[in-house]
Design a protein around this ligand. Structure first.
Ligand code: AMP
Length: 441
């Protein structure tokens, strides 16, 4: 029970209003440590309740030690605008009765408006690193009163190239400050370096490393011949699965747009989310999703982290993501806060090896599913090695004629991307994306 932590009654009131009665495992472990003022290095994935795990003790400590003449006292850094916005909402809900103010600072929003936010001197700022660095460039003392620095989804921030920004921001905080670092994995390249630089004798908390089995998510795969076949499988699932809301993940913006128009044409309540959209467009789509006006969201990995919509119970990986970590984040959009979810990956010939890498990483096998009416020609490799990858060299495509046929003259000209949007002969990466390369774990 939350009462064990002896949190400020105004926080207990907010917990009651939110109907949070029992702390999640990460909350049970992190709250007492953070209340005591220690640094934390926590391995916890989104959906674990980590936001309240760092916001509650922060709010409690700020209230217990009032500093009326201070500037911003707590700073939360998040990798994406969507995540920052969600953190902001949850922070506001938890701080509802406390009088503590929170400000949101992200890219894509007006600088002028944000300068006004800083002038209001909110106790807590939630920000993405890049935009905060811009503000610090104009006013280096902006964060000099920060007593608590929280790095949420630190692995993702490093993935996105924010390492220097994060350490720069940590240097701009009060000399003696508490740092709470949350990351979905501790295997990320560079994370050890950041930990050394920004944490001081941290208490290590590991409740559910990214690799841990997602018991509440059924993970399935369906073999597909090509994109046309994937379209049919996707359409079948949207027509026949029971779901409240669904996310379809693709690897490229072009593909998300293509599928979005395809589904719109077929009268689905569909939205699209990718990095080329303006922040206003992204916010608009997210709120329509939250309000249930959209039942299918087609997205790139922009939406794979942090996004918290309770009703998502179906995730379709139209393309397999390029790394196992991304896979885990994508499927983690469902099965949240105790709900059940299903994640179906459509896998073609080119994606088989990546699927094996993901399975090995998660130490789990995706359940093979077949849709009777839509069984394709591709059956997977005939023989498999112990690592799940095919034995031997890739076979030549018999449809390309006999082996005796003279090889076509090699051209040095780069091949133009196919203008055909889809089809069996459409090159898999004809839309400009790089071929799949499993990330080294
Ligand atoms: P997070 O991992 O912080 O993104 O939280 C995932 C979801 O769980 C959010 O929708 C929270 O509102 C919800 N949540 C967090 N803590 C609790 C709790 N103790 N009881 C019930 N729901 C919670």
């Amino acid at each position: 029970m939350f009462t064990e932590f002896n949190l400020n009654p105004l926080l207990e009131k907010a917990l009651k209003a939110l109907e949070f009665t029992t702390p999640t495992p990460v909350q049970t472990q992190a709250i007492p440590v953070a209340l005591a003022g220690n640094d934390i290095m926590a391995c916890a994935q989104t959906g674990s309740g980590k936001t309240a795990a760092f916001i509650l003790p922060t709010l409690h400590n700020l209230m217990n030690n009032p500093q009326p003449n201070s500037g911003t006292r707590a700073l939360v850094l998040a990798p994406t605008r969507e995540l920052a916005r969600q953190l902001f909402k949850q922070c506001e809900a938890l701080a509802k009765f406390t009088g503590i103010q929170t400000g949101l600072i992200t890219g894509g929003e007006s600088f002028k408006f944000q300068a006004a936010t800083f002038r209001k001197n909110p106790e807590i700022i939630i920000s993405t690193p890049g935009r905060l660095i811009d503000h610090l460039g104009r006013k280096p003392t902006l964060m000099e009163d920060v007593e608590v620095l929280i790095l949420d989804e630190a692995d993702r921030m490093l993935d996105m190239g924010f390492a220097e920004d994060v350490t720069g921001i940590a240097d701009a905080c009060k000399k003696q400050h508490q740092t709470l670092l949350f990351s979905a994995t501790m295997n990320q390249k560079g994370i050890r370096h950041i930990i050394k630089q920004v944490l001081n004798e941290p208490v290590v908390i590991s409740v559910d490393e990214i690799k841990d089995k997602h018991a509440s998510i059924t993970q399935q795969m369906i073999l597909a011949d090509d994109d046309q076949h994937k379209d049919r499988l996707m359409t079948w699932m949207l027509a026949n699965e029971t779901y409240r809301q669904c996310i379809i993940f693709c690897n490229t913006k072009i593909k998300t747009d293509e599928i979005y128009h395809f589904l719109r044409f077929h009268k689905h309540k569909v939205g699209v989310l990718h990095g080329d959209m303006t922040q206003d467009e992204r916010n608009h789509i997210m709120s329509r999703m939250q309000q249930g006006h959209i039942s299918v969201l087609v997205a790139t990995d922009v939406a794979s982290r942090g996004l918290d919509v309770k009703n998502i119970d179906l995730v379709i990986n139209y393309d397999l993501p390029r790394s196992a970590d991304d896979y885990v984040h994508r499927i983690g959009r469902t099965g949240r806060a105790g709900e059940q979810g299903i994640a179906v990956s459509l896998i073609n010939h080119f994606e088989w090896n990546l699927k094996s890498t993901i399975e090995r990483y998660l130490q789990t096998e995706l359940e093979v599913r077949k849709i009777k009416a839509l069984i394709g020609k591709y059956k997977g490799p005939k023989k498999l090695k112990s690592n799940g990858k095919p034995v031997g060299k890739k076979k030549k495509d018999p449809s390309k004629g006999s082996a005796k046929k003279p090889a076509a003259k090699k051209s040095n000209k780069p091949k133009a991307a196919s203008s055909k949007p889809r089809g069996p002969s459409t090159p898999r990466f004809g839309d400009g994306s790089a071929p799949f390369k499993p990330k080294k774990q």
